[in-house]
Design a binder for this molecule. Sequence first.
Ligand code: SAM
Ligand code: SF4
Length: 341
Amino acid sequence: MSVNHARHGRAAHSRKPLVDPQGRTLDYLRVAVTDRCNLRCSYCMPAEGIKQIPHDDILTLEETHRLCSLFTELGVRKIRVTGGEPLVRKSIVPFLASLTELPARPEVLLTTNGLVLTEHLEELKAGGIRRINLSIDSLNPETWTGITRREGFEKVRSAMDLVLEMGLGLKINVVVLPGVNDHEIPDFVELTRNSPLAVRFIEPMPFDGAGKALEDTIDGKEILLRLRSRFDLTPVNQAADAVDRLFTVRGFKGTVGVIEGHSRTFCAACSRLRIDSRGRLRTCLYGAPGASLLKLIRDGGSDDDLAEAIRTEISFRFRDGKKAELAHHLVGLESMASIGG
Ligand code: SAM
Ligand code: SF4
């Protein structure tokens, strides 16, 4: 993308919010700080032969901080740090804390597979992280190992309990895989009986880096039918841009929800932007990567240049994920770990 350097001379970049052609305000940024991971979830990446992004092609944490700071000046109020597995990146915990101290005081959130979470929890809490999203696809050690192709179930399970004991908010992400873990849906719901956590069941999406993720799949409607057949669900009022359809089960402390990430039922209210692990701006999970913010920074771009590139990219944002997918023929060949789930 070319940047109009003739505008360098103007005062600070406009602080107007980021609004796309459909009038959606984009105030939620998800940043993939690495494509590396200590697990190998079958729906996210192949078991072998993963091509890792060279370190030099990944934003440094200083560069990421600069971008997050700029995005908050442009109206972003919520920043989720994801990956790959964010906790395998060196110095990530102080980095997260530094984001909470940005002048706009954004809400800073972390999505993690929980494998090394326990050792970081105290520091995360002290650094201002109030909520954790933890991905765990099975409560059965063998099934979990089968999905993740690695050992460590007990570490994840105990990290989950510790998050609650420490009084942090907890959302659990479960990708529902037919014939693998779908029979565990009621067991996950049971977790919400006595604990104020949210369990969200996610439709598998086509981002396994091999184009095979949806060979056997399940949609949100079917997940909801199964939930309703066992539990008395009441819808929960949510923010207009929430992607999960949340419910409470009568008498339970927590909530359960469904994320229709493949059916894409929530696009009309989507407020998300992504920076992928190569430092590219993505205005839709299903769309092609856009402006390389990494390149712009390393070419000496000013904040004005970056803001202009960001606004230009947003001006091309598709109406919904289905339209974005039609225009992007490589969907499925990228791993969620490099896009940032
Ligand atoms: N490693 C961290 C984790 O697993 O939580 C953060 C990155 S991971 C890419 C973020 C989320 O994306 C996880 O909840 C994961 O289950 C989900 N995810 C990854 N690949 C997916 C796929 N193909 N379909 C649906 N969800 C996926
Ligand atoms: Fe790693 Fe998360 Fe992808 Fe699993 S879903 S392989 S934990 S990045």
